[in-house]
Design a protein around this ligand. Structure first.
Ligand code: HEC
Ligand code: HEC
Length: 262
């Protein structure tokens, strides 16, 4: 407090008093504020007084527990007495503007990163600009950059085939860049796995990839592809994931050991 009075609080209306008061005076005024306002709290220093326009503050007593955080504002109504329900109503009508809320059980979602709308007017990030009207709202999104497939360096025919199959079948959810951070991927719960994230991919083997792609992950939107894609096509996708997104362990081994056997 002495520092605040001496130097002020930059960026606020609180100015420093070093040029106005000497050291002893600053100490004296801080002592006074601490003793009278913070320790003794004399009734006439309260905010809710007749002088401040709050005659008979006690009449709002049922709302006090909500102002003081003794009862959470989102306490289920069924748990409240008649008196407490009245207090909650008063609080919401007349007190919440200044008191915000004393306490809640559930802080709720402060910032939800999920998108709230689909592309408008059939706008596509992928279509060449000339063929679709530019939508200034949709195109200026963080999703657009995940709509680009990586450029492959010297791909084998198998990797090329995998690229085509992945971009046709998987990119819709996992994003062309494999991150799952495209528009649709951001909607899905759980999110499609980020196939470029070392956290997810470090332990990934060709064998596990094959199993997941063949059988899907029950309870998620990751469906089983075994009746859609042939074993060879699935191998091509694995080769593509290895090339484009993250190096897969034991990829080069014999088929019996989980490799692609090529
Ligand atoms: C215009 C702003 C404002 C409104 C509206 C307001 N308060 Fe306050 N209230 C304050 C301030 C400022 C304090 C003092 C905070 C402190 O000293 O930390 C306070 C303190 C309190 C306290 C604790 C100290 C005391 O005097 O008992 C209670 C309880 C309280 N308010 C209840 C209420 C209730 C109930 C309502 C609605 C009927 C309400 N307040 C509406 C600004 C407001
Ligand atoms: C309809 C959306 C959707 C499509 C299409 C889709 N996936 Fe998935 N995929 C998901 C979701 C969601 C998860 C994450 C599930 C989870 O976290 O439990 C997932 C998870 C995965 C995983 C991680 C498995 C693990 O064990 O970590 C791989 C690999 C994968 N998908 C590959 C593919 C491939 C390859 C294709 C195309 C053949 C594809 N997915 C198509 C939604 C999709």
């Amino acid at each position: 407090m002495i520092a605040a009075v001496t130097r002020g609080k930059p960026g606020t209306a609180m100015q420093g008093f070093a040029n106005t008061l000497n050291k002893e005076e600053i100490e004296a005024v801080v002592d006074f504020v601490r003793r009278e306002f913070m320790q003794n709290k004399a009734p006439n220093t309260a905010y809710h007084t007749k002088e401040n326009g709050w005659p008979n503050h006690r009449q709002y007593a049922p709302a006090f527990p909500f102002a003081l955080g003794q009862i959470a504002l989102d306490e289920p109504v069924d748990n409240l007495t008649e008196q407490q329900r009245l207090g909650r109503r008063i609080f919401m009508q007349s007190c919440v503007t200044c008191h915000d809320r004393g306490r809640v059980h559930d802080e709720g979602v402060i910032w939800d990163p999920r998108p709230v709308s689909f592309p408008r007017n059939r706008y596509s990030h992928r279509a060449p600009e000339a063929s679709t009207p530019t939508d200034v709202t949709s195109s200026a999104t963080p999703y657009a950059r995940h709509e680009q497939a990586p450029v492959l360096n010297n791909p084998t025919p198998r990797e090329r085939e995998g690229e085509r199959l992945f971009q046709q079948n998987c990119a819709f959810c996992h994003a062309p860049d494999g991150t799952g951070k495209n528009w649709i991927g951001s909607f899905l719960e759980p999110h499609p796995r980020n196939l470029t994230d070392p956290e997810n991919m470090r332990e990934m083997t060709a064998e596990r990839l094959r199993g997941v792609i063949r059988n899907g992950l029950p309870g998620t939107t990751m469906s089983a592809w075994k009746s859609v894609l042939s074993p060879s096509q699935i191998n091509s996708i694995i080769a593509y994931i290895n090339k484009a997104f993250y190096p897969i362990r034991n990829l080069q081994g014999k088929k019996e050991n989980g490799g692609l056997d090529r």
